[in-house]
Design a protein around this ligand. Structure first.
Ligand SMILES: Nc1ncnc2c1ncn2[C@@H]1O[C@H](COP(=O)(O)OP(=O)(O)OP(=O)(O)O)[C@@H](O)[C@H]1O
Ligand SMILES: [Mg+2]
Length: 418
């Protein structure tokens, strides 16, 4: 071998040829660096190597692995073999080959054929790869001895890449490995600090972020990831009415529960939109200031609080900072999951969208079951979401049914004061 790049032990299965090489796991495990080095090494070994680095969506080259691969060429002093210098949108490989960077969503069934002569396709961030893209790509990469490489941080067992490699019938001739930070001999001190911080403060997400586990979802959860993902919007639609809701934690001790603060709106289309999650830990003054700042940021109509528990205290805390603050009090049934269920039903009916991604709120939602909350601490963000929806959808949420979903208000469910 011309190059002698040492391979972390965990990647040893990739030293042999395989039709599929798949590495999944948590942050900082060395997946991207490993495949970038493999490309450089393979290009040096095989003249004219053609590689395509794809991801589901690639808006700019900055999102791609181009820079990482170029850095590897620099570190090993190989530019004389790689066309002499970096190029705008591709990398020249020894013997007239190339490395290209593309987004699968820019391809059609026709255009994808341009990749038929490629030796390697590396799918980065493969957790976001659609079933369509996977279906396009597999038969396209067809040159004798060609390989498909995948790297990803798993989200959900139903994502196409997880179904393909980790489902009931994984493909033949696949080397599939799980890698984590502890397998990375180069794991940098900066990431170690981040990891420790999450281990202390972000327990629900820790296993997902750092250990490559799926995003936390309880069995029997009343919300599901797919519905949330499927209805997600990236642009804010026309909104008729916006409220900010607050669910303050009882105690403000360090390490105690968070104060849930959510901004949500009712669209012109009669659908609900979650716009912001500005929850925090802190003193009553801190949550009240944060809630009011969120109210100002979204130019909201009111702040929604729950009336049952310390309603007056919550109202007074807000009004001690801004006396004229419009406050709506809602009343809900006691059981957390019982009051959450009608809101979950709005999601199932396709009447709710998150504008952007709210990982901690979404984790809490997917750990609410009919038997209670299965995450750590208390689901304050979900409670705040429930208050907001109770105000925005009074008719739906106060409907009496055999399950007592009701908020106990006969009159539309809310009071405006302040
Ligand atoms: N072969 C290597 N040479 C030098 N540094 C490396 C190497 N592999 C990993 N590292 C170091 O470890 C860090 C994490 O590696 P990398 O970015 O490849 O992980 P990853 O699994 O792709 O993580 P993420 O899920 O965050 O994308 C890098 O930022 C780099 O500091
Ligand atoms: Mg990476």
């Amino acid at each position: 071998m011309i190059l002698d790049i040492p391979t972390p032990r965990v990647f040893a299965p990739f030293l042999q040829p395989h039709r599929y090489k798949a590495a999944f796991g948590g942050r900082g495990s060395g997946k991207s660096h490993h495949f970038a080095e493999d490309i450089v090494e393979a290009a040096v070994r095989r003249q004219g190597l053609r590689v395509v680095c794809v991801r589901e969506v690639q808006k700019t080259l900055k999102e791609s692995a181009k820079r990482l691969i170029e850095d590897k060429i620099t570190v090993h002093g190989l530019w004389p073999m790689f066309g002499g210098k970096p190029r705008m949108d591709h990398i020249v490989t020894p013997g007239g080959g190339v490395v290209l960077f593309q987004g699968m969503q820019d391809h059609t069934a026709e255009s994808i054929k341009s990749l038929e002569g490629f030796d390697v396709a590396w799918v980065e961030e493969a957790q976001t790869l659609s079933a369509r893209s996977l279906e396009f790509l597999r038969p396209t990469i067809r040159k004798p001895g060609s390989e498909l490489w995948f790297s990803w941080n798993p989200r959900n067992a139903n994502d196409p890449v997880d179904l393909f490699f980790r489902g009931l019938q994984p493909p033949d001739n696949a080397a599939v490995i799980k890698v984590n930070y502890s397998d990375n001999p180069f794991f940098p001190a900066e990431l170690e600090d981040e990891r420790r911080h999450d281990a202390k403060t972000n327990r629900d997400r820790y296993a997902h972020i750092w250990l490559g586990e799926y995003e936390p979802t309880a069995i029997g959860a009343i919300w599901d990831r797919q519905t949330i993902h499927a209805n997600r919007r990236h642009e804010r639609p026309e909104i008729r009415r916006i409220v900010v809701s607050v669910d303050p934690a009882v105690s403000s001790d360090v390490g105690s529960d968070e104060h849930g603060i959510i901004a949500a709106g009712l669209g012109e289309d009669q659908r609900g939109y979650v716009l912001d999650d500005t929850s925090l830990r802190g003193t009553p003054r801190q949550w009240a200031e944060r809630a009011i700042a969120t109210y100002d940021k979204w130019d909201a109509d009111a702040i929604v609080v729950e009336r049952n528990q310390g309603g007056d205290m919550v109202k007074h805390t807000l009004q001690s900072i801004r006396a004229e603050m419009p406050i709506v009090e809602v009343v809900a049934t006691r059981g957390k999951h019982v009051r959450a269920e009608p809101v979950a039903a709005l999601y199932s009916m396709g009447r709710m969208s998150h504008v952007g991604t709210f990982p901690q709120l979404e984790d809490q939602m997917c750990q609410m079951t009919a038997g209670g909350y299965e995450g750590h601490g208390s689901p304050d963000r979900v409670d705040a979401l429930v208050w907001a929806m109770t105000e925005l959808f009074p008719d739906i949420i106060s409907v009496k049914s055999s399950v007592d979903w009701s908020i106990d208000a006969g009159s539309g469910g809310s009071w405006l004061s302040g």
